[in-house]
Design a protein around this ligand. Structure first.
Ligand code: TRP
Length: 377
């Protein structure tokens, strides 16, 4: 018999969630992340990493330097890597699934073009993994509605919809995200700070699952590990107008753009009146961001680049940035074009990733049914 663990609105856990963006909690997450960063160097084999993206647009350089290249680095270290194309998460805050086909395959193409290797990284979509989605049912029994309503990231996303009524999926998607992470028992999740409340919710669900349904109280063998966030240092790359890089602001350089489109986007980038180029992000965000872009794409130091240009002005800077970006992206774009020309192969790769994810999800669901005494054959 399982012991009775009533689902009170556990103030400890509730606070942990609401506080997951507080200074103390953030400091804890960052310390743990730094520890994982060290362990990754010596013992990458102990980690299974899962992360994902909503297929809502084409990937750009902000994504690339912010997260994508780190995923490839983890794959290369030998970490068991899972990357989710979160198609069900698209319908949390919008009413239509327009262009979902194009967006899913564009994301897949970007992943492959930057170097995710489908033999080593399992790339899959929510909608094709029934057993993953089924985990949401027992998981929903482990959370309270007030806990869900306190989630600061959901609140912010809901506010951003400009008065759209909160859907049941919007309110509960962090629980679905827990299923994304726990179906494959991932123990490390590379994410931005905005995702920390969801990670905390996942940890709470993992712990409560074992308290309530766990293997007859055998604490030494929990069904689910508690995952940690990997908050890698990432450069603060802005858009071509010096504000946050985001598609809706029209300030992005997408991986799939042509060299000409890139040159045009950089040409209209915002600079300032001072001809002398310096790297000083605090006082000259627009110019410094262009210098940073050249530095990241050429693997050089931003100060050195700024000094080299000196009085050359923004024309010289933009020319250098355009060359560096296009040179860096050329092989990625060539590979991207090759992949995009073979949609049948893309479908095959995704089907293979989905088949692998399904096998893992079914094995986990079997354990869950067993723990919950719901095996009747
Ligand atoms: N919510 C994430 C985002 O918007 C995407 C995502 C879905 C995710 N499932 C995940 C990230 C699981 C990490 C783990 O970026």
């Amino acid at each position: 018999m399982t012991t009775e663990t009533p689902l009170t609105d556990d103030p400890g856990a509730g606070n942990a969630l609401a506080d997951s963006t507080s200074d103390a909690s953030l400091a804890r997450s960052m310390a743990r992340s730094a520890e994982i960063e060290r362990q990754l160097e010596t013992d990458p084999g102990q980690f299974r990493m899962l992360t994902g993206d909503r297929p809502t647009g084409h990937l750009h350089l902000g994504h690339y330097f912010g997260s994508l290249r780190n995923r490839v680095a983890l794959q290369e270290k030998g970490v068991d890597t899972y990357v989710l194309i979160a198609d069900y998460q698209v319908i949390t805050d919008r009413d239509s699934v327009d262009s979902i086909q194009e967006r899913v395959f564009s994301l897949l193409t970007d992943y492959l073009a930057i170097g995710l290797d489908p033999h080593r990284t399992t790339i899959f979509t929510h909608s094709q993994i029934p057993a993953l989605n089924q985990l949401m049912l027992p998981f929903l029994s482990l959370v309270t509605d007030s806990e869900l309503r306190r989630n600061p990231t959901v609140k912010a996303e809901q506010d951003a919809t400009g008065g759209r009524p909160m859907s049941g999926l919007m309110l509960t998607y962090p629980v679905h995200q827990a299923a994304d992470i726990l179906f494959c028992k991932a123990n490390v999740v590379p994410v931005g700070k905005d995702q920390l409340p969801h990670l905390e919710q996942t940890r709470v669900i993992a712990r409560r699952f074992d308290e309530r349904y766990g293997r007859a109280g055998d604490k030494s063998a929990p069904v689910f590990p508690a995952p940690d966030a990997l908050l890698s240092e990432v450069p603060n790359l802005l858009g071509t107008d010096g504000t946050k890089m985001s598609k809706s602001r029209g300030n992005v350089i997408e991986l799939r753009m042509s060299a000409d489109e890139t040159a045009k986007a950089i040409k209209k980038a915002v600079t300032d009146a001072d001809r002398h180029i310096t790297y000083d992000p605090a006082t000259r965000p627009e110019v410094s961001n262009l210098v940073l872009l050249a530095a990241l794409t050429s693997g050089r130091d931003p100060q050195a680049i700024a000094e080299e240009i000196g009085d050359g002005g923004s024309g010289t800077l933009k020319k250098l940035v355009t060359e560096a970006v296009n040179e860096h992206l050329a092989p990625i774009r060539a590979r991207r074009a090759e992949l995009a020309a073979d949609p049948a192969e893309l479908r095959r790769i995704l089907a293979e990733g989905n088949a692998r994810a399904n096998a893992v999800a079914e094995a986990t669901l079997a354990e869950v049914r067993e723990a919950m005494q719901m095996v009747y054959a």
